[in-house]
Design a protein. Sequence first.
Length: 558
Amino acid sequence: MADENKISASQSVKSCCKFHWRGKVTVIVPLITLPILVLGYTKNAPAFRCLYLVVNMAIFWVTECIPLYLTAILPVVFLPLFGILDSNAVCQLFFTDTLIMFLGGLFVALGVEYSNLHQRIALGTILVVGCSPRRLHFGLSMVSCFISFWISNSAATAMMCPIVKAILIEMDVQNAFQVYMTQEEERMEEGDPPHLSKVSMAFYFGVAYSSTIGGTGTLIGTGTNLTFKGLYETRFPNLKEKVDFPKFIMYSMPFVSVLNVLLVFLTLQITHMGLWRPKSDVARQVKRGSINKATTKLVLQERYSALGRWTCHEIQVGVVFVFMILLLFFQRPGFMKGWADVLNTKQIGGASPMLLTVIVMFALPTQYTFFRYCCKGPPFPGRSMDACLSWIFLHHNTPWGLCFLLGGGFALAEGSKVSGMAKMLGDSLSFIIVMPSSVIIAFIIVVSLFCTCFSANVAICNILIPIFSEMAVTVKIHPLVLTFPAALAVSMSYHLPVSTPPNAIICGYGYIKTKYLAVAGILPTIWAFLIVYLNSISWAHVVYPTIKHLPAKQYLEK
């Protein structure tokens, strides 16, 4: 009996590799790459010691053999041990102005979610746009993009998915169109959830892709943008071309965000909803759904009515939110004196207005019923008033690990610069110096789009931006010419669930197979390349007229 339960040696090895591969990777990879570290000590070359750390962190980030956030704190341990940076210098990079600005943006987004203002904006806009399948798809996409300008793309996607699900459930009940695939189209095992039809998947793809694109529209739209800002300003602190809030909007929003989201919407309409193919099966399904649009509108109106009247909480958060945007935009707008210039004090970064907004949210009560007791005698009510933002809600819903991820990237970039590793890698790419700058830009966009398919975009940004910065110095191009389009391209991940949180959210929420996501992302990726490329060789020079000229050598070396 015991012999029957035994497994062969090959099966044992396969089982071990299948369930314990992460532990093996964490041991084997550092051993395989150990010659790089040995070379760094034998040649007394800090660049190779730093390269050893970068290679291991890159593999750990891509494979996620240990948590992303744990990988991000490796510089705290190894940069001092390798004699590259002291501990104080490394730890300070985990609490920079850019990182606190990112954290403040998350807090404000949670304040909007806490007040439920985002649901009211989404449902109200969709009701205005219309409730036929095509108009509904347009409304969901545009609302997702707009909300993602101001809060994280993952939060925007997570907020929109329940709305999409409610719409599709009602469409299925009313038989408005085919919501799920048949057994012939996609075989389902017993107990498996039903697979969404092409039309239904278009709604989820539209939400995820639009949230991803919306994240590239503003500096606070996604952590990748602030990671890029921190890496660029850490490497080139003396360059006058800054990545501030107004410049970022001017650079990316008109074409990289607005034009791109319209093209992606049109693409999904053609590929998944039969636009301009009236005889196709999906087009007939969409036409049938248009006939039943009154039912859809009724469902959305019921959800909107359930929210009730505008509350004092929602109104205040909306006002504070607009106040934050105005503070960031008019801090140093460039075309006029900003409030930070008028104050004429020490350098004021983006963290100050962001955290001022957060403090105001904690200071304002959700309602003002206490005024009715001001002129009355006792007894007074003993219950305290809730603030517009709760610390308990904020504490439980803030992804604190992202702070380590960004800080680890900044520390890695500083270590790369101090050790000379980034310059060494940049010099190794000097073979492209003979190529036109337009070809170099196309090359780095393709590399960014490819790499971000397989790992978290913030991690890829931390790896690529320092290399592209040194490449720009080597080939004598202004750093923004290469790093800005690369940072935007890194965010545009459409193929795999691991690429970016919106993809993972819709795949888990809608039970969408990866093969459908991978195929749907082909054309959006092509649009991303073309738009980012054309934007970088045309509109970028309008926003930053001086990037045509390489900055003075002393500014690049400091």
